[in-house]
Design a protein. Structure first.
Length: 353
């Protein structure tokens, strides 16, 4: 395989939380024309810093995916199409982008998305090394090898899995658990006929993308009604996550943790509370940890200003429950009961190492 900087080992002292300030899209207010909160990723990190969970030098700095990295999945033809601003405007659903010179679109719109994509690829290897990893961005599940859409310009989930299959010994089966409110048609198209990848997808059946062809790739399809609430939702997630992991034993779980299931989301059409989202993430991490399976979480969709706080709360909750495991940064040993947590998670993970 080609040489990539994305697979160089980060300092051992770091948490497997991947982020870069380059994730955030800020450009003359352009980002306000899409319901997406294009500064959400930085806000999540700020909340985690305020709570003293992390510091800048304790997280892994994401690097931008290069063309060579992207070509592991994407066609050259598709990457060339992104050199047309109107194509990027269509994919990101921000019409005025069509009128900007492409060098500006590359720097202000696509570079942040390429950096988040690099972050997901890096987090894949980290998850295998450390038992878990969170890319604070990524989750571009509507993009496949030759087609973008729904704000997704690069197929980061497909890339992370292909990188693992090609470069990491002992990783040959993956399960995608996609709990964003929308159907994850990008990775579904990419892995349509690949028996190594098991896809579970729970989504609002009535909204974008309604991709009937891609649905054929879903092994466990959970189609939700408008306005689904916590009790029914959590029960379904619990049942189907357990079922999926009993049916197919993967070497890694890729968890697409979209927060657009939140009540009041302008696009998701579901009615899950903030507590419901925190609980949902806990269900997935518990299922992974109890089986000793590494889990890579990406944050995906979520179109309200308050989602950043909810994602941060969820990560803090996973930490306080000891579900973030194994190698903790030596430099953070001052944290409350972290020693105990390291001991507990070392027990959980002894079957992996």
């Amino acid at each position: 395989p080609h040489r990539t900087e994305l697979y160089e080992d980060p300092p051992l002292g770091c948490w497997p939380i991947v982020y870069s300030p380059d994730y955030n899209i800020t450009f003359m207010g352009l980002e306000k024309l899409h319901p997406f909160d294009a500064g959400k990723w930085g806000k999540i990190i700020n909340f985690l810093k305020e709570e003293k969970l992390i510091a800048d030098d304790l997280i892994v700095q994401a690097r931008e995916a290069t063309d060579e990295d992207l070509l592991v999945v994407h066609t050259r033809r598709y990457l060339n199409k992104l050199k047309w601003s109107f194509v990027v405007a269509t994919i990101t659903e921000i019409p005025p982008v069509a009128f900007l010179p492409n060098f500006i679109v590359q720097r202000k719109v696509l570079k942040p998305l390429r950096t988040q994509t690099g972050g997901t690829i890096m987090a894949g290897k980290l998850a295998v090394d450390r038992g878990w990893a969170i890319n604070v961005g990524g989750g571009f599940h509507h993009c496949s090898s030759d087609k973008g859409g729904g704000f997704c310009a690069y197929a980061d989930i497909t890339l992370a899995i292909k990188f693992l299959f090609e470069r990491v010994q002992g990783v040959s089966r993956a399960t995608i658990i996609d709990l964003d409110a929308h159907q994850g048609n990008g990775h579904e198209r990419d892995f349509m006929d690949d028996p190594r990848v098991y896809i579970m997808d729970a989504y609002n059946r009535y909204i974008y993308p309604g991709d009937g062809f891609a649905k054929r790739a879903i092994k466990r399809k959970v189609e939700l009604e408008w306005g689904t609430e916590d009790t029914e939702y959590l029960q379904k997630v619990q049942t189907h996550v357990e079922g999926a992991l009993n049916e197919f034993k993967p070497d890694i779980i890729i968890y697409n943790a979209g927060t657009d299931i939140l009540d009041g989301d302008p696009l998701g059409g579901l009615a899950i509370s903030p507590q419901g989202i925190v609980k949902r993430d806990e269900v997935v991490f518990r299922a992974a940890r109890s089986r000793g399976l590494p889990v890579l979480m990406v944050t995906s969709g979520g179109y309200q200003k308050r989602t950043a706080r909810i994602i941060a709360d969820s990560i803090l909750n996973l930490h306080s429950l000891g579900l973030l495991g194994r190698q903790q940064p030596a430099c953070a040993l001052g944290s409350p009961s972290l020693d105990q947590m390291v001991r507990d998670s070392a027990k959980d993970f002894s079957n992996l190492s």
